[in-house]
Design a protein around this ligand. Structure first.
Ligand SMILES: Cc1cc2nc3c(=O)[nH]c(=O)nc-3n(C[C@H](O)[C@H](O)[C@H](O)COP(=O)(O)OP(=O)(O)OC[C@H]3O[C@@H](n4cnc5c(N)ncnc54)[C@H](O)[C@@H]3O)c2cc1C
Length: 414
C-alpha cells in the first residue's frame, strides 16, 4: 500500500491524479478462511483490521451483501463521544474515543475528526440535577465533562434561543467529543485491512450458516459456500436474521432512525448541540450543511426509509432552539435500521454456537464505538475469551438479568 503524505499529494496532483491506487483490492472469495466476518460496516472492517494488525490473523474475509459502508456506518450523524453513565460503558466508549484521537495516523487516512465538543442543554431544574449526577459519574470514571450556565452556553453557541417554550436553564459539555467523517472511517479501515491481506468481498450475501455438532464451520453465500474456522456476525440492522440462521434468538427490536441535512451555509454552529427533552441534535458538517438527527421511528420496521412525521418532529425541535435555521432548505433525508436491545447496550462476544461471535445491538450509537468494537472483538475472536472491556456486554447478560441500562441512565439516542 502506498502511503499518503503531503509529498504524495503534490506528486499526484502534478501527474493529473492518474496514478492513485484503488483503496482496497477486489478479490474473488477463496474456498476457506480462518475467520469470516459478515458485514462490511465499520465494526466488521475494524475487527478484520485489528485481527490482522494486532493478532497476526490475516486469512480473513469480510463479506458484504451490498457495498462497504452502505449500512448504518455510512448513514449516521457521526457523533463521536464517550460520556456514558455506567462505568462499563464509560470505559469502553472512552477507549474508543482515545482510539479515534489517533486513528488518522494509525490508518494513514484523514478521518476528519473534529473535537468541537458535544453540548447537551437542560430545560428544567430536574434535568440539570440529572446532568450534575451524570457529570459527577463521568468525572469519577475519568471522562471529561463540565456543567455550563446559560450564559456560558450562549457564548459557545451564539445562535441558540435560550427562551423558547423550552427555556435553557443550563447544560453540560464533553469537550473532547465531536464528529468525524463516517465514510473516511470505513474507507480507512477497509484500505488498511486490505493492505494487510484481508479479503473484502462485496455483493456477497450470507444466506445460511453451516453448523456441525454445535460449532459453525462455514457460511453459504450467493457466491458459493465458504469454510471458516470462526465466524463473526457484524450486520447492524440484520442481527436477528443472522441469529435465526444460526438457530438462536436475540432480544432486539429493529427500527428506522433518520437523519437529514440542509443546504450548506457558512460556519455558524460550533459544537454538536443536543437536547434530550426536545429530542434533537444538530451539527454542521465541514461542507457547511446542517446535519439534523432525532429519535427512532415509533414502530419496528426493516424499511430503510423512515416515517415522514419524524422529519416534521425533528425540524420543529431544532427550530425551538435555533430559530435562525427556519429559512434553511432541507436537501436530503435518509434512514438506517438500528437493532435496539432492551438496555441499549450492545451485544458482543460469543454465542450459543461454538466459534460464532456477535457484534450487534449497536442501536442508535454504534458509530462512536467502531475502533473499540473492532479492537475488543478482534481480541475476543483471536483468544476465544471476551476482552476485559466487553465482558459485561455478552448475550448471557439477559439470562442473568445483568443489564447495563444506558438508555435510562444517559437518555440519549446518538
Ligand atoms: C440515522 C442514523 C444516525 C446515527 N447516528 C449515530 C451517531 O451520531 N453516533 C453514533 O455513534 N452512532 C450513530 N448511529 C448508529 C451507527 O451508525 C451504527 O450503530 C453503526 O454504524 C453500526 O455499524 P456496523 O458496522 O455494526 O453496521 P453497518 O454499518 O450497518 O454494517 C453492517 C453491514 O452488514 C451488511 N449485511 C447485512 N446482512 C448481511 C448478510 N446477510 N450478508 C452480508 N452482509 C450483510 C449490511 O449490508 C451492512 O453493510 C446512527 C445510525 C443511523 C441510522
Amino acid at each position: 500500500m502506498k502511503g499518503y503524505s503531503a509529498f504524495s499529494l503534490i506528486r499526484n496532483a502534478l501527474q493529473g491524479h492518474r496514478h492513485w491506487q484503488p483503496l482496497w483490492r477486489n478479490p474473488e472469495p477463496k474456498r476457506s478462511y480462518d475467520v469470516v466476518i459478515i458485514g462490511a460496516g465499520g465494526h466488521g472492517l475494524a475487527t478484520a483490521y485489528y485481527l490482522a494488525s494486532k493478532h497476526g490473523i490475516r486469512n480473513v474475509a469480510v463479506l458484504e451483501k451490498g457495498y462497504l459502508g452502505g449500512g448504518n456506518s455510512g448513514r449516521n450523524t457521526q457523533v463521536t463521544r464517550s460520556n456514558y453513565f455506567w462505568p462499563q460503558s464509560a470505559a469502553f466508549f472512552d477507549h474508543s474515543l482515545k482510539l479515534y484521537e489517533g486513528l488518522g495516523l494509525d490508518l494513514n487516512f484523514n478521518i476528519m475528526f473534529s473535537q468541537r465538543g458535544v453540548l447537551t442543554v437542560a430545560h428544567s431544574q430536574h434535568e440539570i440535577e440529572m446532568m450534575r449526577r451524570w457529570t459527577n459519574a463521568l468525572q469519577i470514571n475519568r471522562v471529561d465533562s463540565e456543567l455550563l450556565t446559560p450564559a456560558e452556553i450562549r457564548q459557545i453557541e451564539p445562535l441558540i434561543n435560550l427562551h423558547s417554550r423550552f427555556p435553557v436553564v443550563g447544560g453540560y459539555i464533553q469537550r473532547r467529543a465531536g464528529i468525524s467523517r463516517h465514510d473516511a472511517v470505513v474507507w480507512g479501515f477497509a484500505r488498511a485491512a486490505s493492505a494487510l491481506g484481508v479479503d473484502i468481498i462485496q455483493q456477497c450475501e450470507v444466506t445460511g450458516l453451516d453448523i456441525t455438532d454445535g460449532a459453525v464451520t462455514g457460511v453459504q453465500t450467493n457466491r458459493g459456500d465458504i469454510d471458516a474456522g470462526k465466524v463473526c456476525i457484524a450486520v447492524a440492522g440484520n442481527t436477528s436474521m443472522l441469529a435465526a440462521m444460526a438457530g438462536f434468538r436475540v432480544p432486539i427490536v429493529s427500527m428506522a432512525l433518520q437523519a437529514m441535512v440542509s443546504e450548506p451555509v457558512k460556519p455558524c454552529l460550533n459544537t454538536m448541540l443536543g437536547s434530550t427533552t426536545i429530542h434533537m441534535y444538530v451539527s454542521q458538517s465541514d461542507r457547511g450543511e446542517i446535519v439534523l438527527g432525532g429519535g427512532a421511528d415509533a414502530y419496528p420496521s426493516y424499511a430503510q426509509r423512515g416515517g415522514i412525521p419524524i422529519v416534521e418532529e425533528n425540524v420543529a425541535a431544532v427550530l425551538e432552539l435555533l430559530p435562525a435555521f427556519s429559512s434553511l432548505r432541507l436537501m436530503r433525508q435518509w434512514a438506517g435500521i438500528n437493532d435496539i436491545t432492551p438496555d441499549t447496550t450492545p451485544i458482543m462476544g460469543s454465542t450459543p454456537v461454538r466459534n460464532l461471535y456477535i457484534s450487534g445491538g449497536w442501536g442508535t450509537g454504534g458509530y462512536k464505538a467502531i475502533p473499540a468494537g473492532g479492537d475488543t472483538m478482534a481480541y475476543t475472536i483471536a483468544n476465544d475469551e471476551p476482552h476485559a472491556l466487553i465482558r459485561d456486554f455478552g448475550l448471557d447478560r439477559f439470562e442473568r438479568g445483568a443489564l447495563i441500562d444506558e438508555g435510562a441512565a444517559s437518555g440519549v439516542a446518538h
